[in-house]
Design a protein around this ligand. Structure first.
Ligand SMILES: NC(=O)c1ccc[n+]([C@@H]2O[C@H](COP(=O)([O-])OP(=O)(O)OC[C@H]3O[C@@H](n4cnc5c(N)ncnc54)[C@H](O)[C@@H]3O)[C@@H](O)[C@H]2O)c1
Length: 315
């Protein structure tokens, strides 16, 4: 049986990935310390004999002796609210944590994929961003604990590839949304949906014309699993180049959730980072991949998930 290791597997994207790999008949070892998630996302997988959950901080060495053929390293705080609360942990999950997964891969001859981010482009001076762009990152800014952690993670991945011959991949993931996110996740889609379902006011900073790139979770998972199988070591952008304005997003969510919410506009914070938009020419060419889920379909599915989540949280 083929075995896969997934760190951060009880989180939003990680749980979709575990489910995808189980559907592909893998034995899945999930490592997570539940610092930004709980076991709810994988509750439906717990009875599966091909699913094994190890509760562990990834900054400690991986002890399991099972031989995984592939390892996806997703363990890291990802939402801005979590990064702010866990700044040092964010740096270490992508530094020591990445090293621990790479060491496991070295010992077990495992293929490795690092879940990087569009935030490595910082406050980009070009739009859209392709993989050749080196980025514009403030190393000591408010967001540096995440941006620089992921840049270090990419550098470490390449060092293990060049120095130790590990078969490595780097996915630069742009903003994802979908079932499995938390109601108190500060990211725009869960925040708007949670407020809309409670008929509360949605707040927009600025005039709402700022654009966002949003990619549905299952499209992201298809992209990164294809990348794992591809013969490519250098980074690949995985995201949705179709942009939507924050105002349109808010209105869509209010409409699709049949909410009575209204929208209020507040001043845009100083230093609000410029929008990121992926150039996915490379992913299209080498993976034959592009997002398939329309924003309406993705939002409808996400709203259904949040309806159940809010009911459960109120019980
Ligand atoms: N969701 C996105 O839009 C997005 C975009 C770019 C990159 N990414 C990357 O994808 C990965 C998953 O993101 P997500 O949105 O699913 O976040 P998430 O917070 O839902 O999941 C992260 C998981 O990692 C676990 N974790 C954190 N630190 C850990 C540690 N030290 N040891 C063990 N487990 C730990 C958390 O408990 C959680 O289950 C992250 O690496 C993130 O940087 C996500």
């Amino acid at each position: 049986m083929r075995t896969a290791l997934v760190t951060g597997g009880t989180g939003f994207l990680g749980s979709h990935l575990c489910e995808h790999l189980l559907n592909k008949e893998f034995f899945v070892i999930c490592i997570d310390n539940n610092s930004t998630s709980n076991q709810h996302n994988v509750q439906h997988l717990m009875q599966n004999p091909r699913f094994k959950l190890i509760q562990q901080d990834i900054t400690l060495p991986i002890k399991t002796q099972e031989n995984a053929e592939i390892a996806f390293h997703l363990a890291s705080p990802a939402s801005p609210i979590d990064q702010k609360r866990m700044q040092v942990q964010t740096l270490l999950a992508n530094a020591t944590g990445t090293k621990n997964v790479l060491e496991y891969c070295r010992q077990h001859n495992t293929k490795f994929l690092f879940a990087s981010t569009c935030e490595i482009y910082g406050d980009p001076l070009v739009c859209p961003q392709n993989e050749e762009y080196y980025g514009n990152v403030n190393p000591v800014g408010e967001r540096s604990c995440y941006d620089e952690a992921k840049r270090f993670g990419e550098a470490l991945t390449m060092a293990y590839n060049r120095a130790h011959g590990i078969n490595t991949k780097i996915a630069r993931i742009f903003h994802a949304y979908g079932a499995g996110m938390r109601t108190d996740d500060s990211r725009v889609v869960p925040s708007f949906i949670t407020k809309a379902l409670k008929n509360q006011t949605l707040t927009i900073n600025g005039d709402g014309n700022q654009q966002r790139s949003l990619c549905y979770a299952t499209d992201i998972i298809n992209g990164i699993t294809l990348l794992m199988e591809a013969n490519e070591t250098m980074p690949v952008n995985i995201g949705n180049p179709e942009m939507i304005s924050i105002k349109e997003l808010a209105n869509k969510i209010i409409h699709l959730s049949q909410s009575k919410s209204t929208i209020e506009y507040k001043q845009l914070p100083i230093n609000d980072p410029k929008a990121k938009c992926p150039d996915i020419t490379k992913a299209k060419k080498i993976l034959g991949w592009e997002p398939k889920t329309s924003i309406d379909k993705g939002l409808k599915q996400t709203i259904e998930y949040f309806k159940q989540l809010i009911t459960r949280e109120n019980e």
